[in-house]
Design a protein. Structure first.
Length: 333
């Protein structure tokens, strides 16, 4: 009985050892299979969607007359967004136009005054010529024959010549002043015309349109509210400003230069989405405390941004998975 019991216990031990050996072998095989499978899988970088918004505003303050869009709406290039009440600018344009008319009338009056001053100057110059000639004639006659001309007559001729010269100088001053007034009037008319053009240009800018196809992210004001000049009223997310941002470990950054195509996947996204790398940070950075990361625990990473092929379905902050495409899917450099 004792021998049988010992043989039975020895058999159990051998069975247990064999089971342990087989189990260890199975674990090694499974670990090897999992490791091989993991090595065959392409790396997965989990990133997120970022955007660069356009903030649409008007160059002047005013009340919002109407809004043409709502949050979440898609708009095409040229679509109306909002309109500022143009009443004040219309009044300014009318005032500037009235100033143009007034300036032109003043310019016509100044031109007539200049012509009159020039005519007076011409008459004064004729009088200077006549009186100077009379004085010279009297003096010459007196030199030829003393007493032929009375001294009083010579004095009168000299006084007349001096008076004519003074009148000519005064007429010249009037011509200069009239010419200066015309220059000022012309400048005033040009300034008023510029005011009309500026007011009309600002009126045209009171109703901005979407410069590109985009999605309306937010509308900051309601109809009837007062908006300061250049204050954003509508925020747009242009289709070409939606990017996929992810981080690459330092050892892999050279494999993803600008132009490289990658596959992008996300919850609810259509399959087959790709993106083209268009930016790789020039300097590395440490992995931030909160980062979407599945397959890498590296501390030193490079920020990479890529433009998705179908950006319309992506939302800011949405997590995405980025994987490399086969060599045939990479764009040429």
């Amino acid at each position: 009985m004792a021998d049988a019991s010992r043989r039975q216990k020895g058999g159990h031990r051998r069975t247990l050892v064999i089971a342990l050996i087989v189990g260890a072998a199975v674990c090694v095989l499974l670990a090897w299979a999992l490791l091989s499978r993991r090595q065959d899988r392409p790396p997965v970088f989990t990133g997120y969607v970022v955007t660069r918004n356009l903030y649409m505003s008007a160059p002047v303050a005013g009340a919002i007359d109407s809004l043409s869009v709502v949050r979440g709406q898609r708009v095409e290039a040229g679509a109306a967004l909002f309109r500022i009440d143009p009443t004040s600018l219309d009044a300014r344009a009318d005032q500037a136009a009235a100033q143009v008319d007034q300036g032109q009338a003043q310019l016509a009056a100044d031109a007539a005054a200049l012509n009159k001053a020039r005519a007076a100057l011409a008459a004064a110059q004729v009088e200077v010529t006549r009186t100077t000639s009379d004085l010279a004639r009297f003096i010459a006659a007196e030199r030829e024959k003393a007493g032929s001309v009375a001294g009083q007559q010579i004095d009168q001729a000299r006084a007349a010549a001096i008076s004519a010269q003074r009148q000519r100088d005064a007429a010249q001053t009037d011509v200069t002043a009239a010419a200066a007034r015309i220059t000022a009037s012309r400048a005033g008319v040009q300034g008023s015309r510029a005011g009309v053009v500026d007011a009309r240009r600002q009126v045209s800018q009171l109703a901005p349109v979407a410069p590109v196809a985009a999605r309306v992210e937010d509308v900051m004001y309601q109809a009837g509210e007062w908006v300061a000049a250049n204050a954003p009223v509508v925020s747009l997310i242009p289709d070409d400003q939606i990017k996929v941002r992810f981080y690459l470990p330092e050892a892999m950054v050279n494999a993803y230069p600008p132009g490289t195509m990658v596959a992008v996947g996300c919850d609810g996204c259509a399959p087959g989405m790709t993106a083209r790398v268009d930016y790789v940070a020039g300097r590395p950075e440490y992995t931030p405390p909160i980062i979407y990361s599945l397959a890498t625990r590296d501390k030193l990473v490079f920020l990479v941004e890529a433009a998705p092929s179908t950006p319309r379905g992506l939302r800011p902050g949405q997590p995405v998975d980025v994987t490399p495409l086969p060599p045939t899917g990479r764009a040429g450099r």
